[in-house]
Structures are given as C-alpha cells and as structure tokens.
Ligand binder design. Sequence first.
Ligand code: FAD
Length: 431
Amino acid sequence: MAEPFPLAPALWAATATPALPTPALADDVEIDFCVIGGGYAGLSTALHIAEAGGHVIVLEAREPGWGGSGRNGGQVIPGLKYDPDDMIATYGEEKGHKLLQFAATTADKVFDLIAKYEMDVPHVREGWIQAAHSDEGLALAKKRVTQWSKHGVAARLLSKEETADRLGTTSYEGGWLDPRGGAIQPLSYARGLARAAVSQGARIHGETAVTDITREGERFRVSTAQGKTVRAKKVIMCTNAYAGDLVPGLRQTFVDVNSFQVATAPLSDNIRKTILPYGQVSSDTRKLLLYFRLDHTGRLLMGGRGPFREPNSEDDWAHLVRVVTKMFPQVKDVPINYRWGGRVALTQDFLPHIHEPEQGFIIDVGCLGRGVGLQTAMGQALAGYAMSGNADLLPFPIRPIDPIPFHMFRRVGLAAIIAWYRFQDGGVKQT
Ligand SMILES: Cc1cc2nc3c(=O)[nH]c(=O)nc-3n(C[C@H](O)[C@H](O)[C@H](O)COP(=O)(O)OP(=O)(O)OC[C@H]3O[C@@H](n4cnc5c(N)ncnc54)[C@H](O)[C@@H]3O)c2cc1C
C-alpha cells in the first residue's frame, strides 16, 4: 500500500507511548467477529466486543493508529456538525433526542475510556473554544450556546476581549466555550485503545492488509495480502478515508480531502503563557477551518486545509506557517519542527454512514473534525449492534451504498468550492 504521508517523522509518532506488538497474521483463524482497520472506530469496536465477552480479531494494514487516528489534531470535540434543534427537526422527537444524546456524550466516552483503562495518554479537559471569524460566525456561536444550554451544557459565549485573552490572538470577533471538549495525544490514544482491547482478549494484527471479503456459507472469508484468511460470522469494516477499493462503490460515497498540520518547537515559558493559557483547544467558524492548540510539550500546533494531491515539498505547508505567524506574531522566530497531514472522508451530509451490504457485513465510513470522540462512540455502537443485531443501538440508520453522482468530477468541483470558501472566509489568509 502506498504511503500517502510519512507517519514516522510526524510529531505524534515522536512523542507517543510505545506501541503494543501487533505482529502480522500468521495463521488461518475461525472467529466470531473480524474488524478491518485499526483506527479509533475499529479499535473501539473490538474493545467493546471483547469487553462483552465476544471473540474478535482486528486486521490492520499498517499499525494501529496509522490512519487519521494517529495523525489528527487531538482535539476532542463533542457533537456533530448539526446542532440540537437541527437534529430534532431532521430526525423527529424520538430519534432526534436519541441522536442528540449520542452526539452530546462522544467526548465523555474518550475521557472515560482513558480513565477506565488508565491509558498512558497525555490529556487535558478544559474545554473547546470555537472562535468566530466573522459576524456570521458570532451568530453561529450564539445559536450554539442557546441550544446546548437548553440541554444542560454549561456553554458560554465569549466576548471579543475574552476570546483574545483565552486564545492569545486578536484575530477573532468572539466565540463560545464548550466545557465538554479537551485534548489528547492522538496516537497514544489509538495505542491505548489497542492495549485495552488486547487486555480484554481481542487479537490485533498489524501489517495485515485485507484484500477480499467473500460470503462463504454462514461465514465471511476475509483474505489478506499474506495469504492467510479469517473466517468470521460478522465483519465490521472501519477503514474510513483509507478504504481503497475493497468494497465496490464505497469509495464513491465520500470525497477524501487532505487536512494538514504544522507544529513549532516547544515554546519558551514566556511565550507559552500568552497562548491558550487556560488549557483550551480551538478551531474556528471558517468553512475551511483553522484548528490550533498547544500539545503536552508546549508546542503550538496549527491545522487547516491541504492540497488535493499528495504533498511533494515543505511548500505545501507554507500557508499554515504564514497563518501561525500572522495570528501569533509572538512565535515568529520559533522554528517549525513538524509538518504532516492525513485524509478525511467527507460524506455529502457530513455524517458518518453505516452500511450493511450483506447481513453481518457492517461498514462505518465518514469522518469529520470530530472523529476522535465520534468514532470512539461509533465503535461502542457498532459493537452493540454486531453482537445483538439490534439496530436501535446504532445512532444512525443503516443506508445503502449510494455513490455520489458524478463522483469523478467531485474533486474538480471541490477545488472550485474551496476557492470560493477561501474568498468568503476572508480574514487570516491561508495562502
Ligand atoms: C490531519 C487531521 C486532523 C484531524 N483533526 C481532528 C481533531 O482534532 N479532532 C477530531 O475529533 N478529529 C480530527 N480528525 C478526524 C479523525 O482523525 C478521524 O475522524 C478518525 O481518526 C477516524 O478514525 P477511523 O478509525 O474511522 O479511521 P482511521 O483512523 O483512518 O483508520 C482506518 C484504518 O484502516 C486501515 N485500513 C485501510 N484499508 C485497510 C485494509 N484493506 N486492510 C486492513 N486495514 C486497512 C488503515 O491503515 C487505517 O489505520 C482529523 C483528521 C485528520 C486527517
């Protein structure tokens, strides 16, 4: 499998807790549940199946956390793109409230698992600030505070001055603080989930790419690149943006876009206390959003869009470096130590999609900027459904694999949309 971005030199690999050995599959296996993909979704699914006494194996093409789960910004943000009233209006009272309950607690799941399994994961939970870049962004912040407050969240609107004080930049018009959010070291968390799953009896095999899934009587035969096979009663596929062409049409149900990040060298104490001094993490209301935080070693991280093609030089991160120095002039002399990125699978409705092309073959795909909590929680739901067959345990309905019409032209279309968004976003330019 081609490696779109190097994981090894990235910040998270340099500061992560050691990985559990996950040797390649070396024997043919007959088992109840086979999970494909070792990101948060796959590992959480395996953990919850194993916790409930199920026999489960995870097959991961590279190593646990190699995909989005080891590359992301580590911001733990609850909720979905849609706000509480939207969820109830779209799904009705009963289903809407069920979805709301699911969406409201995704961040809790992450911090609860870290605590329960005493994972060696640097983390903090001081909240998430969504910074408003415009009047429209401020209106969104107000709407979110009003709606989440009605559901018992101690959300708070921040004035322009308080936002500047909490972020350490005057680039924003205001914002809101969601106390449920926080930050983790993302690769350590993926490794922590893997450890927890193994402690509960799950098997995890890295360097084991699945090449085919075929129904064989009562079971599925899952073939791997090494020629070993797993015969399982149920298969749960959690390959997300890295899905490839394993399932016909699946890749055409989403558009994979790149998200890029840079990290500075550790900041001096003097500079550090001027940026996000109260421990929050932040992303903004731009359509092409910027997200930033300090990590546990005091580096400033900045994330945003990347080019559609694979990167070929440091210039591909130059827009983010410019944003860092424009928003935080106090770090202009601090070197950028790390540049990396990963893929995000955008579905048309910006929600995760659950498919079941054949009974017992369950697929979870679609990630957005909230996948740390969301895919952890999805794993728990998928485990519940796989073990019981009760679709009420799923937060979203199972849907057919419906390729996006004219998918091959979507990238061209997206490039145009992105140019338009950049124009609309204004403010701190990323190019
Ligand atoms: C740069 C970036 C920044 C982000 N920032 C944030 C953030 O700050 N907060 C947040 O909540 N979310 C963020 N996200 C989103 C979040 O990282 C993802 O939603 C989440 O990690 C997806 O988890 P997953 O388990 O579904 O998929 P992944 O973690 O991508 O895992 C899929 C796995 O499947 C494996 N695989 C693929 N094909 C095969 C095969 N044939 N056989 C076996 N294995 C296979 C891959 O190797 C991969 O390890 C970010 C994403 C990116 C890329």
